[in-house]
Design a protein around this ligand. Structure first.
Ligand SMILES: [Mn+2]
Length: 350
């Protein structure tokens, strides 16, 4: 399939979202952590109901991104009970695949995404999220203060490991061994079901947060994970250009990772967003205002054979915007559609 845009990053499939997709001219729907029955796993019939609703609107269900973190936090942290969680994760993979969803996105961040500001000013006074390691370091003696940098939706289902400075630490080696244990168990099931498990980078891409090491904070992490997957067709990336751009090196990581993984067919889909600055301090921004040139990236994606979908991921909150940032998302989607159309035109004019 050709490069295309989807809308998503919502938990509830509403009539309004489906109509928004149709009106903005997008065929594909993605959902992040859809609200479904089940405290430990999902069932095929529940996922199928979502797919059928999307298809009834003439749209395509492209992917599900993320199960609830408490479905596999013991797996990520290497805690007792991880085998039971893995068994349930495999059940969910089967449910997703048999319901007709070809991609299940995941991350390997038990501490999830951290931001030190939610509405830092960006272009024209729009609000963007920001991460500043200095702010985290200044609070590093106080686990409760650190928790404020984590999403408010997390932490209810289990006790999140947040260690103050000098507290217990989960090392990168331990996290790699937990990751290997996970993919060794789930990739064969995903392969059987024709589901690609799409790995999202760490956000923010720092070596450790709250005493828990991270793995996917530099390009090397992806190359290592690719090796560990031993050629499994079910291993792929949800390549978040925003996170790659947040890594030291900025835009170079974006181009390097696309160049390596796109020709191998390992990029399931793209989070097409950008930031200004890199760790230890960055702020999200509108597409075109950030570290990389969106046109250069789009040309590279087409040249390297990427054929998945693009998603705006997160966008700045404009004046009068909704919780889901309809205005900010409309800008991003339209920008991407324009780049794609120009690419098609240039290819046919050649
Ligand atoms: Mn992302």
């Amino acid at each position: 399939m050709a490069i295309r845009v989807a809308v998503g990053q919502f938990h509830e499939l509403t009539e309004e979202k489906l109509r928004f997709a149709a009106q903005i001219g997008v065929k594909g729907i993605q959902m992040n952590n859809p609200t479904l029955p089940g405290d430990t796993r999902w069932e095929e019939a529940d996922v199928r109901a979502l797919v059928e609703r999307v298809e009834a609107h003439g749209l395509v269900f492209e992917a599900i991104e993320n199960v609830p973190t408490h479905f596999y936090h013991k797996v990520m942290l290497g805690l007792p009970g991880r085998d039971e969680q893995i068994e349930n994760y495999c059940h969910t993979i089967r449910a997703v695949g048999r319901a007709g969803v070809p991609i299940l996105g995941y991350h390997f961040m038990p501490n999830s995404v951290w931001r030190t500001e939610k509405l830092a000013p960006t272009r024209g006074g729009a609000g963007a999220t920001q991460f500043d390691q200095a702010v985290v370091d200044a609070a590093s003696h106080d686990p409760d203060a650190l928790r404020r940098f984590m999403p408010t939706t997390l932490g209810h289902a289990f006790s999140m490991p947040v260690h103050a400075k000098g507290g217990a630490v989960i090392s990168e080696d331990e996290m790699w061994s937990n990751y290997k244990y996970f993919i060794d168990a789930v990739l064969p099931v995903a392969e059987e079901e024709g589901v690609m498990l799409a790995l999202h980078p760490d956000d923010p891409p720092t070596p450790s947060l709250g005493g828990v090491a991270r793995l996917f904070y530099r390009p090397w992490g992806f190359y290592n994970a690719f090796e560990l997957a031993k050629g499994s067709k079910a291993w792929g990336l949800d390549l978040c250009l925003g996170c790659c751009s947040e890594m030291p090196g900025g835009r170079d990581n974006v181009h390097e990772l696309i160049e390596f993984f796109a020709p191998k067919g390992r990029i399931a889909y793209i989070h097409f967003r950008d930031v200004q600055g890199t760790v230890p301090n960055f702020t999200e921004c509108f597409i075109g205002d950030g570290n990389f040139d969106p046109a250069e990236v789009m040309v590279q994606l087409a040249r390297t054979g990427f054929d998945g979908f693009l998603l705006d991921d997160h966008v700045p909150k404009m004046d009068g915007d909704s919780d889901w940032n309809h205005r900010g998302r409309s800008h991003a989607v339209g920008y991407l559609q324009g780049l794609i159309r120009m690419g098609e035109f240039m290819a046919s004019a050649r």
